[in-house]
Design a binder for this molecule. Structure first.
Ligand code: 5RP
Length: 256
């Protein structure tokens, strides 16, 4: 992994908020966008700053010909309000050509593997970001972790049919692993709990590890994807080409 850091702001400046750090990372990533590019448009509060910035630059005439493929219904709405022309993923001419995707992440490890999808959009994110030529991830430094799954759940998208059965099969992959647990994600609606449903009409299984996932991540990925009923998981292994990290001290680091 290589890295490059920008210089810090003058001393005495107040510490930036987490949202400000997200904005800084997003704006730095948008510097990679060139006229005529088709972009993968990410989902989440960090990616939202990138959408706003791209919209501003489009309106200013600085990015002619730029269009985007949204990774969620929420992003589709946000991007169209920001004035970004939208495209579907692929068409009559075949698979889409996506020059660059920009998206946030829940966690980034030292090998630039990611956890994504705590916002529930992992399937479309993986389809679009996996199809692109470059994938720039934008995070504040709190997202850097020693192991995936250290700070929260690793999500797995599953079809609703037989979801408790699929949950049981996922648990078996980690049979006997101390500190492992998994459950179907629910949301509170009025006074009741109901299943969280993704943009694709699926459910999410949340996997929790006491101190993050150890061992062969690709092997674990394969084991999960072999379960009929699992659609995709939120470990994005070897996909990020650059990670833009906004640090609390005001510097920005680019990891490759
Ligand atoms: C959504 C995602 C988001 O990129 C991830 O959850 C980070 O979100 P935020 O930028 O709001 O911290 O994967 O599915």
């Amino acid at each position: 992994m290589g890295s490059a850091a920008a210089s810090p702001p003058p001393s005495g400046s107040p510490l930036p908020s987490q949202d400000e750090l997200k904005r800084v990372a997003a704006h730095r990533a948008v510097e990679f966008v060139e006229p005529g590019m088709t972009l993968g448009l990410g989902t989440g509060s960090t990616a939202a700053h990138a959408l706003d910035r791209i919209g501003d630059l489009l309106r200013a005439g600085a990015l002619p010909g730029v269009a985007g493929v949204p990774t969620s219904l929420k992003t589709e709405l946000h991007a169209s309000r920001a004035g970004i022309p939208l495209l579907p993923l692929g068409g009559a001419a075949g698979p889409a050509r996506i020059h660059l995707s920009i998206d946030g992440a829940d966690e980034v490890d030292a090998d630039l593997n990611l956890v994504k999808g705590r916002g529930g959009s992992l399937l479309r994110e993986k389809m679009i970001e996996g199809a692109g030529e470059r994938f720039v991830v934008i995070v504040d430094e709190s997202k850097l972790v020693p192991r995936l799954g250290c700070t929260g759940a690793i999500p797995v998208e599953v079809v609703p049919f037989g979801a408790p059965h699929t949950l049981g099969l996922i648990r078996k992959v980690f049979d006997g692993l101390p500190g492992f647990s998994a459950r179907l994600r629910t949301v509170k609606k009025d006074a009741a709990e109901e299943m969280f449903v993704t943009d694709n009409g699926n459910y999410i299984v949340e996997m929790f590890f006491e101190d993050g996932v150890r061992g062969d991540l690709r092997g674990i990925s394969d084991s999960l994807l072999r379960i009929t009923g699992v659609v995709e998981h939120g470990m994005f292994l070897g996909m990020a080409t650059t990670v833009v990290v906004a640090n609390r001290d005001g510097t920005v680091t680019l990891l490759h």
